[in-house]
Design a protein around this ligand. Structure first.
Ligand SMILES: *Cc1c(COP(=O)(O)O)cnc(C)c1O
Length: 407
């Protein structure tokens, strides 16, 4: 089942697998085509990458490049979140437990394998933070030079984390994120540089592994909905591609319906899906606390719209207030996620309230990134700390305990 190649996702134009540019000339996103996928089988092995090697386009599974990504827990959401959303079968796939605390690590190992198998020594990425940090870590592991281009609003924790892994970080001022992205991507051919964005075909292959893990964790049954906060859209389409390939191989009998979630302040896909548009609704000069969801005009986003209509996906947004409230609700249930991730809770609650999701449906929300990655947001949260001098501790403790025992 070699003969692997790339194909544009709307009009089916074919390209070689090792094409440097991540999109077709006409702007469509590309995906990896694996002839013979119908015959692919899961086989025994310790790592998911070994068990699903026949579903992957690489020559080998390269455990030496791994930082231990994946195999993240799928956990019951707990009573408070189930009650809040009105969904009894709510599950959380906790991707904050990856090596750099977001699902981006799954795509980064795929990019690192791709570069290594092609003897490339440098890789580059455009990021608002999480992807740059992840690529920096995986580049360090693989011995690749890493260049990161990021907008000047990226949070300090993420910038520092990239630099500490040894990446060359370019903080780019004076451009809106979408504009900056297209300018940087345009430089790839001139410098013969593989610049990986959030929606490249190789990165999407890494995200397939999430579907394989869900397949195993749910013993072959398929959730009704998988909820993904989306920006560049590599994640949602990669995860869905994993399921499409499981279906093609006859390992599952149906596909889950995906739920696209965005911040209301920047919802190029959700706004389009609401009106049935086949082109994304561009957003500019927006501000949102969900800074991981910053693609105002995601390249290749039309593929997501086409899939949404073809497969009956849902779409919902969350306002700034709902995002902050959801972040606290997740935290009060034990899950500390970043604001971009928190969009999902409010969105799922609204979809349930509208009847789009049923009470008894099995719903998996992907917790995409850790709350520790963006501490600046705590300006907006009232988190209480009790300051008290050591001499006053006993009295203070007494009154707090009284309060606690009353509630
Ligand atoms: C990158 C990112 C997203 C969006 O994923 P896309 O693949 O760009 O759609 C969501 N949440 C977090 C925490 C992220 O880092």
């Amino acid at each position: 089942m070699r003969d692997v190649h790339l194909r544009s996702t709307l009009t089916g134009i074919e390209y070689p697998f090792d094409r440097l540019e991540e999109f077709a000339e006409n702007g469509e996103s590309l995906e990896v085509v694996m002839p013979g996928i119908e015959k692919a089988r899961a086989r025994p092995g310790d790592r998911t990458w070994d068990r699903f090697a026949e579903f992957m386009p690489f020559e080998a599974s390269h455990p030496e490049l791994s930082l231990g990504e994946g195999s993240t827990p799928l956990v019951d959401a707990g009573p408070a979140l189930k009650e809040y959303t009105g969904i009894d079968g709510l599950l959380l796939k906790n991707e904050t437990m990856n090596p750099t605390w977001s699902f981006k690590d799954r795509g980064s190992i795929a990019c690192s394998i791709m570069a290594t198998e092609r003897d490339e020594t440098l890789t580059a990425t455009i990021s608002t933070g999480n992807m740059g940090q992840s690529m920096a870590a995986y580049g360090a592991r693989a011995g690749l030079g890493v260049l990161v281009f990021l907008p000047d609003f990226a949070p300090r924790e993420k910038i520092l984390a990239m630099a500490v892994h040894g990446a060359r970080v370019f903080r780019i001022g004076g451009a809106d994120y979408a504009e900056m992205k297209s300018r940087v991507l345009g430089l790839a051919p001139r410098f013969a540089l593989r610049i990986v964005s959030g929606n490249g075909p190789i990165r999407a292959e890494g995200y397939k592994m999430e579907a394989f893990e869900l397949f195993e964790a749910l013993h072959g049954s398929v959730p009704d909905f998988v909820v993904v906060p989306s920006s560049a859209c590599g994640h949602i389409r990669g995860l869905f591609k994993g399921y499409r390939e499981l279906l093609a191989a006859g390992l599952v009998s149906r596909l889950p319906r995906m739920v696209v979630v965005q911040a209301a302040a920047n919802s190029p896909l959700v706004s389009a899906i609401r009106t049935g548009s086949r082109t994304v609704v561009p957003f500019r000069d927006f501000h949102t606390v969900a800074e991981a969801l910053t693609s105002g005009k995601p390249p290749g986003g039309e593929e997501i719209l086409a899939k949404a209509y073809e497969y009956g996906w849902l779409a919902e947004d969350a306002t700034e207030e709902e995002i902050l409230d959801s972040q606290l609700r997740y935290a009060r249930s034990g899950f500390f996620v970043e604001p971009g991730t928190a969009t999902t809770l409010a969105a799922v609650r609204k979809l349930r309230a509208k009847g789009a999701i049923g009470k008894d449906d099995r719903v998996v929300i992907v917790l995409t990134g850790s709350g520790l990655k963006d501490l600046d947001v705590f300006r907006l949260h009232a988190v209480e700390v009790l300051d008290c001098p050591v001499n006053g501790l006993e009295g203070r403790l007494e009154s707090v305990l009284e309060e606690e025992r009353r509630t």
